[in-house]
Design a protein around this ligand. Sequence first.
Ligand code: AMP
Ligand code: ZN
Length: 452
Amino acid sequence: MSLRLYNTLTRQKEEFVPIDASNVRMYVCGPTVYDFAHIGNARPVIVFDVLYRLLRHIYGEGHVKYVRNITDVDDKINERALRDFPELPLNDAIARVTAKTADQFQADVKALGCLEPTVQPRATDNIVGMIEMISTLITKGHAYVAAGEVLFGVDSMKDYGQLSNRKLKDQKAGARVAVDAHKKNPADFVLWKLSSADEPGWESPWGRGRPGWHIECSAMSKRYLGEVFDIHGGGLDLIFPHHENEIAQSRCVHGTDVMANVWMHNGFLQVEGQKMSKSLGNFTTIADVLKDWSGEVARFNMLRTHYRQPIDWTVASLEESKNILLDWRDRIGDVMTPRPDAEVVAALSDDLNTHGAITRMHILAKNGSVVALLGSLELLGIGLATLPREQNVLVKKQVEELIEARNQARNAKDWKRADEIREEIASKYYVYLSDLKDPATGVIKTTWEMRR
Ligand code: AMP
Ligand code: ZN
């Protein structure tokens, strides 16, 4: 069966053909470790974990290499270090911030059921590779030194802007001239900038300084995946400038036509209909979510929406996700040999259609195909172990309410309405109803149980 993926670079779904089927290579931009990751940051991590699992399913476990970096050099990290540990020397303060945040991130995404990538390189361990690339860019005439910075000159590249489909002309209009006076083109971007004595820095041919963000990923992907690799992913906001500039750097250093063959981008997540922001008070960290919901529920909730669609993260949808998983767990019981369902694999192979896969899983659940249901859950990385064991209280409450409404309809001799409610209960909550007459009093009592 073929795998088809939507490629941002060509703006269409394409059949995925790996460069080397025995070594399928994927790079995903990881977190900048200065603060707790929020639930939006979890989306690319979960989405590309599902893709990683699918690739392993198709090509074999040992034949997929997944690299997700950790950005541990960034001006936001410096600010955080100064704020949180003013008493420490800056380097120590930075080390504290990045270690603490990176550990928290690893714990968060593990709880969300994500496998560890093959390699998780840190930017600060790859400065030499970045300096080498920048030197090559200067030698080849793609970069220049100006006002304490090394800049990439976008005019030196014939087809800059392919990924985001931006024309350089558009960007020149309205450029902030004062700030950019040292740039040949306002779209030129930083590869290296000098550090003051109290900023973190590394020795380089251009003085003690630190790398720009984009060059980090070019250097780390080259080191672990080579000059051209299969898939590069991240959130939609990274298309420009981050990925566009990664492409420019890598292609100009290596003289290649592409950096990665397929570029994939997840859509954005908002919370209860609003963009997440600290000032709105709806900035939800992964750790916050995991206080109220199990990792499986959070992960499943993320996957009910196709990865390219926007997703609205709501308590109502989390409740629903939890109820579906509880119901499935009750149906599954003790399956020993789970096997993913072929139609679920087919849906995932169609540009990671997790929504379609889950629709199919509802049918498997209804039909009692528990081997395939559990196998499909496993393929999606959803275990059932940490779901609460107690009776699903929400379902219970809703069913009891509907039974009460049905009793009222029956008392009013509205048999049609009573039957409708019975249908609704049985189909929506997968329960058996039975009406038993108490021989002594003649009162009909309705009982129910979950169907298996
Ligand atoms: P950042 O730490 O901001 O660079 O983001 C890390 C990853 O999370 C990137 O791939 C972003 O595109 C992604 N991301 C950030 N915010 C959201 C969001 N609200 N919804 C989905 N993805 C996001
Ligand atoms: Zn990146």
